[in-house]
Design a protein around this ligand. Structure first.
Ligand code: NAI
Ligand code: MG
Length: 374
Protein backbone atom coordinates (compact mmCIF):
# COMPACT_ATOMS: atom_id res chain seq x y z
CA UNK A 1 0.00 0.00 0.00
CA UNK A 2 1.24 3.48 -0.81
CA UNK A 3 2.26 5.74 2.07
CA UNK A 4 0.00 8.64 1.03
CA UNK A 5 -3.44 8.98 -0.53
CA UNK A 6 -3.63 12.19 -2.51
CA UNK A 7 -6.76 13.62 -4.14
CA UNK A 8 -5.94 14.49 -7.75
CA UNK A 9 -8.08 17.33 -9.11
CA UNK A 10 -6.99 18.41 -12.63
CA UNK A 11 -10.08 20.55 -13.37
CA UNK A 12 -10.44 22.28 -16.75
CA UNK A 13 -8.33 23.48 -19.67
CA UNK A 14 -4.62 23.74 -19.03
CA UNK A 15 -5.30 22.55 -15.47
CA UNK A 16 -5.33 19.03 -16.94
CA UNK A 17 -2.04 19.63 -18.80
CA UNK A 18 -0.04 21.03 -15.88
CA UNK A 19 -1.32 18.22 -13.66
CA UNK A 20 -0.20 15.61 -16.21
CA UNK A 21 3.22 17.27 -16.03
CA UNK A 22 3.17 17.26 -12.21
CA UNK A 23 2.55 13.51 -12.23
CA UNK A 24 5.67 12.99 -14.35
CA UNK A 25 7.66 14.87 -11.71
CA UNK A 26 6.13 13.18 -8.64
CA UNK A 27 6.44 9.72 -10.21
CA UNK A 28 9.95 10.52 -11.47
CA UNK A 29 11.01 11.47 -7.94
CA UNK A 30 9.21 8.45 -6.51
CA UNK A 31 6.79 9.99 -4.07
CA UNK A 32 5.22 6.95 -2.43
CA UNK A 33 1.62 7.92 -3.08
CA UNK A 34 -1.56 6.80 -4.76
CA UNK A 35 -3.54 9.46 -6.56
CA UNK A 36 -7.31 9.37 -6.62
CA UNK A 37 -8.97 11.32 -9.40
CA UNK A 38 -11.72 13.76 -8.44
CA UNK A 39 -14.22 15.43 -10.78
CA UNK A 40 -14.26 19.22 -10.46
CA UNK A 41 -14.95 22.13 -12.80
CA UNK A 42 -17.02 23.50 -15.62
CA UNK A 43 -17.86 20.18 -17.28
CA UNK A 44 -19.62 19.02 -14.10
CA UNK A 45 -21.50 22.26 -13.72
CA UNK A 46 -22.83 21.91 -17.29
CA UNK A 47 -23.66 18.19 -17.07
CA UNK A 48 -24.69 17.84 -13.42
CA UNK A 49 -25.41 21.37 -12.20
CA UNK A 50 -22.59 21.08 -9.65
CA UNK A 51 -18.92 22.01 -10.33
CA UNK A 52 -17.88 20.18 -7.15
CA UNK A 53 -19.95 16.97 -6.94
CA UNK A 54 -20.43 15.46 -3.49
CA UNK A 55 -18.59 12.29 -4.61
CA UNK A 56 -15.46 14.44 -4.99
CA UNK A 57 -15.57 15.96 -1.49
CA UNK A 58 -16.46 12.51 -0.07
CA UNK A 59 -13.39 11.04 -1.80
CA UNK A 60 -11.21 13.92 -0.56
CA UNK A 61 -12.18 13.08 3.00
CA UNK A 62 -10.39 9.72 2.56
CA UNK A 63 -7.12 11.41 1.52
CA UNK A 64 -4.37 13.41 3.29
CA UNK A 65 -4.39 16.38 0.94
CA UNK A 66 -5.14 17.40 -2.64
CA UNK A 67 -3.31 18.77 -5.65
CA UNK A 68 -5.56 20.91 -7.82
CA UNK A 69 -4.98 22.22 -11.37
CA UNK A 70 -7.36 24.99 -12.41
CA UNK A 71 -10.99 25.44 -13.30
CA UNK A 72 -13.01 27.55 -15.69
CA UNK A 73 -15.72 29.75 -14.29
CA UNK A 74 -18.07 32.15 -16.07
CA UNK A 75 -20.60 34.82 -15.08
CA UNK A 76 -23.99 33.62 -13.82
CA UNK A 77 -25.87 34.34 -17.08
CA UNK A 78 -23.48 32.29 -19.23
CA UNK A 79 -23.34 29.61 -16.58
CA UNK A 80 -27.10 29.13 -16.83
CA UNK A 81 -27.01 29.11 -20.64
CA UNK A 82 -24.42 26.35 -20.75
CA UNK A 83 -26.36 23.94 -18.52
CA UNK A 84 -27.70 20.89 -20.37
CA UNK A 85 -31.40 20.97 -21.34
CA UNK A 86 -33.15 19.47 -18.35
CA UNK A 87 -31.04 21.43 -15.83
CA UNK A 88 -31.87 24.81 -17.41
CA UNK A 89 -35.26 24.98 -15.70
CA UNK A 90 -33.98 24.01 -12.25
CA UNK A 91 -33.00 27.51 -11.11
CA UNK A 92 -29.44 26.46 -10.23
CA UNK A 93 -26.83 29.04 -9.16
CA UNK A 94 -23.15 28.69 -10.06
CA UNK A 95 -20.68 28.99 -7.21
CA UNK A 96 -16.90 28.80 -7.18
CA UNK A 97 -15.78 25.27 -6.29
CA UNK A 98 -12.50 26.62 -4.89
CA UNK A 99 -14.24 28.97 -2.51
CA UNK A 100 -16.48 26.08 -1.47
CA UNK A 101 -13.50 23.79 -0.89
CA UNK A 102 -11.93 26.43 1.34
CA UNK A 103 -15.12 26.73 3.35
CA UNK A 104 -16.05 23.05 3.49
CA UNK A 105 -12.59 21.95 4.66
CA UNK A 106 -12.01 25.13 6.71
CA UNK A 107 -8.78 25.87 4.81
CA UNK A 108 -8.30 29.19 6.56
CA UNK A 109 -4.66 29.73 5.68
CA UNK A 110 -3.60 30.61 2.15
CA UNK A 111 0.17 30.40 2.03
CA UNK A 112 1.83 31.94 -1.04
CA UNK A 113 5.62 31.70 -1.32
CA UNK A 114 7.24 34.15 -3.74
CA UNK A 115 10.84 33.12 -4.07
CA UNK A 116 13.02 34.41 -6.90
CA UNK A 117 14.57 31.51 -8.77
CA UNK A 118 18.15 32.56 -9.59
CA UNK A 119 18.50 33.55 -13.23
CA UNK A 120 14.75 33.68 -13.96
CA UNK A 121 14.57 36.35 -16.68
CA UNK A 122 11.18 37.40 -15.27
CA UNK A 123 12.48 38.31 -11.79
CA UNK A 124 12.16 41.98 -10.87
CA UNK A 125 15.14 41.46 -8.53
CA UNK A 126 17.11 38.38 -7.57
CA UNK A 127 16.97 38.51 -3.78
CA UNK A 128 13.21 38.24 -3.24
CA UNK A 129 11.86 35.70 -0.77
CA UNK A 130 8.45 36.74 0.53
CA UNK A 131 5.79 34.39 1.86
CA UNK A 132 2.30 35.84 2.06
CA UNK A 133 -0.19 34.44 4.58
CA UNK A 134 -3.68 35.35 3.45
CA UNK A 135 -6.76 34.65 5.56
CA UNK A 136 -8.95 32.49 3.36
CA UNK A 137 -12.45 32.33 4.89
CA UNK A 138 -13.47 35.75 6.25
CA UNK A 139 -13.01 39.41 5.36
CA UNK A 140 -14.79 40.73 2.30
CA UNK A 141 -15.00 37.23 0.82
CA UNK A 142 -17.24 35.78 3.52
CA UNK A 143 -20.15 36.49 1.16
CA UNK A 144 -22.12 38.77 3.50
CA UNK A 145 -23.55 41.39 1.17
CA UNK A 146 -26.72 43.45 0.93
CA UNK A 147 -28.46 44.95 -2.08
CA UNK A 148 -31.12 46.28 -2.32
CA UNK A 149 -30.67 47.85 1.10
CA UNK A 150 -34.03 48.08 2.86
CA UNK A 151 -35.04 50.85 5.27
CA UNK A 152 -35.17 48.30 8.11
CA UNK A 153 -31.56 47.35 7.50
CA UNK A 154 -30.47 50.99 7.29
CA UNK A 155 -32.23 51.83 10.55
CA UNK A 156 -30.65 48.86 12.29
CA UNK A 157 -27.22 49.96 11.05
CA UNK A 158 -27.64 53.59 12.03
CA UNK A 159 -28.05 52.53 15.65
CA UNK A 160 -24.47 51.30 15.90
CA UNK A 161 -22.90 53.17 12.99
CA UNK A 162 -24.21 56.78 13.02
CA UNK A 163 -22.39 57.54 9.77
CA UNK A 164 -24.96 55.35 8.03
CA UNK A 165 -27.30 58.42 8.29
CA UNK A 166 -25.55 59.78 5.22
CA UNK A 167 -27.24 57.06 3.12
CA UNK A 168 -30.75 57.10 4.64
CA UNK A 169 -32.25 58.91 1.64
CA UNK A 170 -30.57 56.76 -1.00
CA UNK A 171 -33.21 54.52 -2.63
CA UNK A 172 -32.90 50.83 -1.72
CA UNK A 173 -32.03 49.82 -5.28
CA UNK A 174 -29.34 52.47 -5.61
CA UNK A 175 -27.12 51.20 -2.82
CA UNK A 176 -25.26 47.97 -2.12
CA UNK A 177 -23.24 46.98 0.91
CA UNK A 178 -20.42 44.46 1.18
CA UNK A 179 -19.01 43.67 4.58
CA UNK A 180 -15.51 42.91 5.82
CA UNK A 181 -15.87 40.50 8.69
CA UNK A 182 -12.90 39.82 10.93
CA UNK A 183 -13.22 37.60 13.97
CA UNK A 184 -10.69 37.38 16.78
CA UNK A 185 -10.41 33.65 16.11
CA UNK A 186 -9.94 34.18 12.36
CA UNK A 187 -7.36 36.91 12.90
CA UNK A 188 -5.48 34.94 15.51
CA UNK A 189 -5.17 31.71 13.56
CA UNK A 190 -3.80 33.34 10.39
CA UNK A 191 -1.42 35.59 12.34
CA UNK A 192 -0.26 32.58 14.35
CA UNK A 193 0.34 30.62 11.11
CA UNK A 194 2.57 33.45 9.87
CA UNK A 195 4.64 33.60 13.06
CA UNK A 196 4.90 29.81 13.35
CA UNK A 197 6.17 29.69 9.76
CA UNK A 198 8.69 32.47 10.42
CA UNK A 199 9.88 30.67 13.54
CA UNK A 200 10.15 27.26 11.85
CA UNK A 201 11.97 28.51 8.76
CA UNK A 202 14.13 31.06 10.62
CA UNK A 203 12.69 34.10 8.83
CA UNK A 204 13.63 37.43 10.37
CA UNK A 205 10.38 39.40 10.18
CA UNK A 206 6.60 39.29 9.97
CA UNK A 207 4.67 42.30 8.64
CA UNK A 208 0.94 42.87 9.05
CA UNK A 209 -0.62 44.46 5.96
CA UNK A 210 -3.69 46.47 7.01
CA UNK A 211 -5.41 49.84 6.95
CA UNK A 212 -6.38 50.43 10.59
CA UNK A 213 -6.39 54.23 10.37
CA UNK A 214 -9.43 54.05 8.03
CA UNK A 215 -10.95 50.62 8.66
CA UNK A 216 -10.82 51.26 12.38
CA UNK A 217 -12.89 48.40 13.72
CA UNK A 218 -11.71 45.49 11.58
CA UNK A 219 -8.20 46.85 11.06
CA UNK A 220 -8.08 47.66 14.76
CA UNK A 221 -8.92 44.08 15.71
CA UNK A 222 -6.30 42.68 13.30
CA UNK A 223 -3.67 45.04 14.72
CA UNK A 224 -4.54 44.23 18.33
CA UNK A 225 -4.29 40.48 17.74
CA UNK A 226 -1.07 40.92 15.74
CA UNK A 227 0.58 42.84 18.57
CA UNK A 228 -0.48 40.20 21.09
CA UNK A 229 0.83 37.24 19.07
CA UNK A 230 4.05 39.11 18.16
CA UNK A 231 4.94 39.34 21.86
CA UNK A 232 5.25 35.54 21.93
CA UNK A 233 7.97 35.78 19.26
CA UNK A 234 10.38 38.45 20.55
CA UNK A 235 13.19 37.10 18.35
CA UNK A 236 11.18 37.89 15.18
CA UNK A 237 10.95 41.51 14.01
CA UNK A 238 7.35 42.62 13.55
CA UNK A 239 5.61 45.76 12.34
CA UNK A 240 2.56 46.79 10.38
CA UNK A 241 2.38 48.62 7.04
CA UNK A 242 -0.64 50.16 5.35
CA UNK A 243 -1.81 48.14 2.36
CA UNK A 244 -1.55 51.02 -0.12
CA UNK A 245 1.99 51.84 0.95
CA UNK A 246 2.83 48.13 0.81
CA UNK A 247 1.91 48.03 -2.89
CA UNK A 248 4.64 50.62 -3.50
CA UNK A 249 7.19 49.15 -1.11
CA UNK A 250 6.90 45.72 -2.68
CA UNK A 251 7.88 47.13 -6.05
CA UNK A 252 10.55 49.45 -4.64
CA UNK A 253 12.25 47.34 -1.97
CA UNK A 254 10.85 43.81 -1.95
CA UNK A 255 14.04 42.46 -0.32
CA UNK A 256 13.03 44.16 2.96
CA UNK A 257 10.10 41.80 3.50
CA UNK A 258 10.07 38.15 4.52
CA UNK A 259 6.65 37.10 5.81
CA UNK A 260 3.47 39.12 5.24
CA UNK A 261 0.12 38.46 6.87
CA UNK A 262 -3.16 39.89 5.58
CA UNK A 263 -6.91 39.51 5.69
CA UNK A 264 -8.59 37.97 2.67
CA UNK A 265 -9.00 40.79 0.13
CA UNK A 266 -5.74 42.59 0.91
CA UNK A 267 -3.98 39.22 0.77
CA UNK A 268 -5.52 38.41 -2.60
CA UNK A 269 -4.18 41.63 -4.11
CA UNK A 270 -0.82 41.75 -2.35
CA UNK A 271 -0.02 38.11 -3.13
CA UNK A 272 -0.64 38.65 -6.85
CA UNK A 273 1.63 41.68 -6.74
CA UNK A 274 4.33 39.68 -4.96
CA UNK A 275 3.88 36.83 -7.45
CA UNK A 276 4.59 39.11 -10.36
CA UNK A 277 7.93 40.14 -8.81
CA UNK A 278 9.26 36.62 -9.29
CA UNK A 279 7.87 35.36 -12.59
CA UNK A 280 4.10 35.78 -12.54
CA UNK A 281 1.51 33.13 -13.33
CA UNK A 282 3.98 30.57 -14.64
CA UNK A 283 5.45 30.34 -11.12
CA UNK A 284 2.82 31.54 -8.64
CA UNK A 285 1.53 28.76 -6.42
CA UNK A 286 -0.21 28.37 -3.10
CA UNK A 287 -1.38 26.06 -0.37
CA UNK A 288 -4.84 26.32 1.18
CA UNK A 289 -4.16 24.87 4.59
CA UNK A 290 -6.44 24.01 7.50
CA UNK A 291 -5.99 22.06 10.72
CA UNK A 292 -7.01 18.75 9.09
CA UNK A 293 -6.55 19.12 5.35
CA UNK A 294 -4.76 21.06 2.64
CA UNK A 295 -5.23 21.78 -1.07
CA UNK A 296 -2.21 22.86 -3.13
CA UNK A 297 -2.57 24.64 -6.48
CA UNK A 298 -0.97 26.87 -9.08
CA UNK A 299 -2.52 30.34 -8.93
CA UNK A 300 -3.34 30.59 -12.64
CA UNK A 301 -6.65 29.64 -14.20
CA UNK A 302 -7.59 27.32 -17.06
CA UNK A 303 -6.10 29.66 -19.74
CA UNK A 304 -8.70 28.72 -22.41
CA UNK A 305 -6.68 30.23 -25.25
CA UNK A 306 -3.91 27.68 -24.68
CA UNK A 307 -6.11 24.67 -23.95
CA UNK A 308 -4.96 21.51 -25.72
CA UNK A 309 -1.69 23.08 -26.85
CA UNK A 310 0.57 21.85 -24.00
CA UNK A 311 2.19 25.25 -24.08
CA UNK A 312 1.84 26.76 -20.61
CA UNK A 313 4.49 26.78 -17.93
CA UNK A 314 4.06 23.89 -15.46
CA UNK A 315 6.61 25.29 -12.92
CA UNK A 316 3.82 26.79 -10.76
CA UNK A 317 2.25 23.35 -10.41
CA UNK A 318 5.63 21.73 -9.68
CA UNK A 319 6.20 24.29 -6.93
CA UNK A 320 2.69 23.59 -5.58
CA UNK A 321 3.62 19.89 -5.59
CA UNK A 322 6.82 20.81 -3.73
CA UNK A 323 4.74 22.59 -1.07
CA UNK A 324 2.59 19.48 -0.82
CA UNK A 325 5.68 17.32 -0.26
CA UNK A 326 6.85 19.68 2.51
CA UNK A 327 3.37 19.44 4.08
CA UNK A 328 3.63 15.65 4.00
CA UNK A 329 7.09 15.80 5.59
CA UNK A 330 8.81 14.58 2.39
CA UNK A 331 11.54 17.21 2.61
CA UNK A 332 14.02 15.37 0.41
CA UNK A 333 11.62 15.15 -2.52
CA UNK A 334 10.59 18.79 -1.94
CA UNK A 335 14.25 19.83 -2.16
CA UNK A 336 14.71 17.80 -5.34
CA UNK A 337 11.75 19.50 -7.02
CA UNK A 338 13.20 22.89 -6.09
CA UNK A 339 16.60 21.86 -7.47
CA UNK A 340 15.09 20.53 -10.70
CA UNK A 341 13.12 23.73 -11.22
CA UNK A 342 16.12 25.93 -10.42
CA UNK A 343 18.53 24.19 -12.81
CA UNK A 344 15.94 24.09 -15.59
CA UNK A 345 15.15 27.81 -15.26
CA UNK A 346 18.79 28.82 -14.96
CA UNK A 347 19.89 26.81 -18.00
CA UNK A 348 16.89 28.14 -19.92
CA UNK A 349 17.19 25.39 -22.55
CA UNK A 350 13.93 23.55 -21.97
CA UNK A 351 11.50 26.26 -20.90
CA UNK A 352 8.07 27.45 -22.06
CA UNK A 353 7.12 30.51 -24.09
CA UNK A 354 6.77 32.87 -21.12
CA UNK A 355 10.48 32.35 -20.41
CA UNK A 356 11.39 32.88 -24.04
CA UNK A 357 11.57 29.16 -24.84
CA UNK A 358 9.75 26.79 -27.14
CA UNK A 359 9.42 23.71 -24.94
CA UNK A 360 6.11 21.97 -24.36
CA UNK A 361 4.61 21.51 -20.92
CA UNK A 362 5.50 17.82 -20.63
CA UNK A 363 9.04 18.29 -21.96
CA UNK A 364 9.66 20.69 -19.09
CA UNK A 365 8.47 18.00 -16.67
CA UNK A 366 11.01 15.45 -17.98
CA UNK A 367 13.77 18.08 -17.87
CA UNK A 368 12.95 18.96 -14.26
CA UNK A 369 13.12 15.29 -13.24
CA UNK A 370 16.47 14.90 -15.03
CA UNK A 371 17.90 17.99 -13.33
CA UNK A 372 16.48 17.06 -9.94
CA UNK A 373 18.52 13.82 -10.07
CA UNK A 374 21.82 15.59 -10.79
P1 NAI B 1 -5.63 32.52 -16.53
O1 NAI B 1 -4.75 32.47 -15.35
O2 NAI B 1 -6.30 31.26 -16.91
O3 NAI B 1 -4.80 33.00 -17.80
C1 NAI B 1 -4.46 34.33 -18.08
C2 NAI B 1 -3.24 34.39 -18.99
O4 NAI B 1 -2.08 34.22 -18.20
C3 NAI B 1 -3.17 33.28 -20.02
O5 NAI B 1 -3.88 33.59 -21.17
C4 NAI B 1 -1.69 33.20 -20.25
O6 NAI B 1 -1.29 34.24 -21.11
C5 NAI B 1 -1.12 33.45 -18.88
N1 NAI B 1 -0.90 32.20 -18.13
C6 NAI B 1 -1.72 31.60 -17.24
N2 NAI B 1 -1.16 30.50 -16.74
C7 NAI B 1 0.03 30.38 -17.34
C8 NAI B 1 1.09 29.44 -17.25
N3 NAI B 1 1.04 28.37 -16.45
N4 NAI B 1 2.19 29.61 -18.03
C9 NAI B 1 2.28 30.67 -18.84
N5 NAI B 1 1.33 31.60 -18.97
C10 NAI B 1 0.22 31.47 -18.22
O7 NAI B 1 -6.71 33.68 -16.23
P2 NAI B 1 -8.01 34.12 -17.06
O8 NAI B 1 -7.74 34.07 -18.52
O9 NAI B 1 -8.42 35.38 -16.44
O10 NAI B 1 -9.11 33.04 -16.72
C11 NAI B 1 -9.39 31.87 -17.51
C12 NAI B 1 -10.35 30.99 -16.74
O11 NAI B 1 -9.73 30.51 -15.57
C13 NAI B 1 -11.60 31.72 -16.29
O12 NAI B 1 -12.71 30.87 -16.47
C14 NAI B 1 -11.35 32.02 -14.83
O13 NAI B 1 -12.54 32.11 -14.11
C15 NAI B 1 -10.54 30.81 -14.43
N6 NAI B 1 -9.64 31.02 -13.28
C16 NAI B 1 -9.48 29.95 -12.44
C17 NAI B 1 -8.59 30.01 -11.40
C18 NAI B 1 -8.38 28.79 -10.60
O14 NAI B 1 -8.79 27.72 -10.99
N7 NAI B 1 -7.72 28.89 -9.47
C19 NAI B 1 -7.80 31.22 -11.13
C20 NAI B 1 -7.97 32.26 -12.11
C21 NAI B 1 -8.89 32.15 -13.13
MG1 MG C 1 -6.36 36.13 -7.09
Amino acid sequence: MAKYRIAWLPGDGVGKEVMEAARIVLDGLKLNAEYIHGDIGWEFWCKEGDPLPKRTTDMMKTTQCALFGAITSKPQKEAKEELIGELKTKNLTYFSPIVRLRQEFDLYCNERPNIAIPGNPLNLKENINITVFRENTEGSYAGVEFGPVTDDLKKAMVKDAPKMKMFMDTPADDIAISTRIITRKGAERIIRSAFEHADKFKRKSVTLVEKPNVLRKTGGLMTEVFEKVAKEYPHIDSWFDNVDAMAMWLVKSPEKYEVLVCENLFGDIISDLAGQLVGGLGFAHSGNIGKEYAVFEPVHGSAPKYEGMYKVNPMATFLAAKMMCTYLGEHEIAAKIQKGVEITVKEGKVVTYDLGGKAKTLEVAHEVVKNAMK
